[in-house]
Ligand binder design. Structure first.
Ligand SMILES: Cc1cc2nc3c(=O)[nH]c(=O)nc-3n(C[C@H](O)[C@H](O)[C@H](O)COP(=O)(O)OP(=O)(O)OC[C@H]3O[C@@H](n4cnc5c(N)ncnc54)[C@H](O)[C@@H]3O)c2cc1C
Length: 403
């Protein structure tokens, strides 16, 4: 393909964002190279919630039937007060006229990464190179970008017409281009543990996704792959060793659902939580997407989803340039505005507010918060308004109105 030049588009990072972007571009006939530093795709315990607009986008690439087969459809989700046992339950069928997928899909992100890589392997104009880690961007000129890679055969250089940094929060592409990643890191870490124990026995009417408030310890309880995944905040200052210990995790689970004997524990992950956005998603022929461009706390499940929306928006801009509808600079500047303003104005604010709400310790404020959720869940007009916001439908629509 003539545009964007004789060199391929290089996408760094075979996570959900890089994988999807590479697949979209390759299916459209662009020459694409997807670089992954690891030997194989990691199967880690990270994002597990796909929101409706992300699924509508994935559907355009025919990926939804396989993802649905591997995941769990959650049509109702809850905000519950553990003390009073009051439940505000939102039924996502309220947004059935606004999306083809009026539900959340609980499915681990690595499953999408695998599907994307499998699909890419069927496309002759696409290459996926494992054990090819980006070390840095060397330089760029009017036609392309040179990057340095670390491979099992030593360091190599590669040239792309465009290079997209989708290699996560520690993006070497972002760092070596000098783009700032302003924001902050929360003092506490989040712990995620999974268990096959039927928590629904202790917490009746548990839905597939549950935000559980408690003045002593809030948590998020999610169903995924026949396990319950529970996300807890931890206290700053505790060592990683202690937070990941059986004793600590058993205590947390016992606090949530007291029972005789220990819980069987599946995965456990401890991670830092940040709120950061790059000061620009574009530096000449270098572009950023996904966690490389923005990162936020996981409350609301907007990190990966926002990254998937970046991937679609950016792929559409490549198509607009190829089809002569836009000049390259104007197209990529527009991508930067649409996606960066959205990340800064909505996702950062919304996720930070979610965390504040969950952490509320004052019983009166907590009561008021629960009553507010229940009022909205019970009123069809308010419930729809709430769901259009939390399912990210509004924010995706608004991003496309930015000029
Ligand atoms: C515990 C947890 C729970 C979460 N839950 C949710 C959720 O429910 N919903 C949600 O939307 N988000 C959630 N998130 C956030 C979500 O996981 C991320 O936003 C998402 O992974 C970002 O995808 P990405 O493709 O941009 O980056 P990543 O998933 O980080 O992928 C980057 C890829 O690049 C590779 N790589 C790294 N460095 C290099 C290099 N130098 N060269 C080449 N390759 C490189 C990595 O190996 C990796 O494969 C959660 C995060 C965590 C930690």
């Amino acid at each position: 393909m003539a545009f964007p030049g004789k060199d391929p588009i290089i996408v760094a990072g075979a996570g959900p964002v890089g994988g999807l972007l590479a697949l979209y571009l390759a299916r459209e006939g662009f020459n694409v190279v997807l670089l992954e530093k690891d030997k194989t795709l990691p199967e880690d315990l990270r994002a597990s919630t796909f929101h409706p607009p992300s699924m509508d986008m994935l559907d355009r690439l025919d990926l939804m039937p396989r993802l649905i087969e591997l995941g769990l459809i959650v049509a109702r989700y809850q905000y519950r007060d553990r003390r009073s046992n009051e439940i505000a339950e939102f039924d996502m069928s309220a947004i059935k006229d606004e999306t083809k997928h009026p539900y959340r899909l609980q499915c681990e992100q690595w499953r999408l990464n695998k599907i994307c890589c499998e699909e890419l392997s069927k496309i002759p104009n696409a290459k996926v190179l494992f054990q090819h880690g980006v070390v840095k961007v060397i330089d760029q000129d009017a036609d392309g970008v040179n990057i340095l890679l670390s491979t099992p055969d030593g360091e190599k250089t590669m040239r792309g017409s465009y290079v997209i940094g989708a290699e996560g929060a520690n993006s070497m592409i972002r760092q070596s281009t000098g783009l700032q990643y302003a924001g902050f890191t929360y003092p506490e870490k989040f712990l995620v543990a999974s268990t096959p124990y039927p928590l629904e026995k202790f917490l009746p009417r548990l839905a597939g996704v549950n935000y559980v408030s408690d003045p002593e310890e809030w948590c998020v309880v999610l169903r995924c792959n026949n396990m319950w995944r529970v996300l807890f905040p931890t206290k700053p200052g505790e060592t990683n060793e202690r937070l990941l210990s059986d004793e600590y995790i058993q205590d947390r689970l016992q606090h949530l659902a007291p029972k005789q004997g220990d819980f069987e524990i599946g995965h456990r992950t401890l991670y830092n939580v940040h709120q950061r956005v790059a000061d620009s998603y574009i530096a000449g022929r270098v572009l950023l997407a996904g966690d490389a461009a923005h990162i936020n706390n996981p409350l609301g499940g907007m990190g990966m989803n926002g990254g998937l929306h970046d991937a679609f928006n950016l792929a559409e801009k490549f198509l607009a340039v190829r089809d002569g509808k836009m000049e390259a600079k104007a197209a990529f500047d527009l991508y930067d505005r649409q996606r960066r303003i959205t990340a800064t104005k909505f996702v950062q604010e919304h996720t930070a507010a979610n965390k504040k709400l969950m952490e509320e310790k004052d019983p009166d404020a907590q009561k008021k918060r629960q009553a507010d959720f229940m009022r909205q869940a019970a009123d069809p007009v308010l419930a729809k308004k709430f769901l259009l916001k939390t399912s990210m439908i509004n924010v995706v629509r608004e991003s496309y109105t930015i000029q």
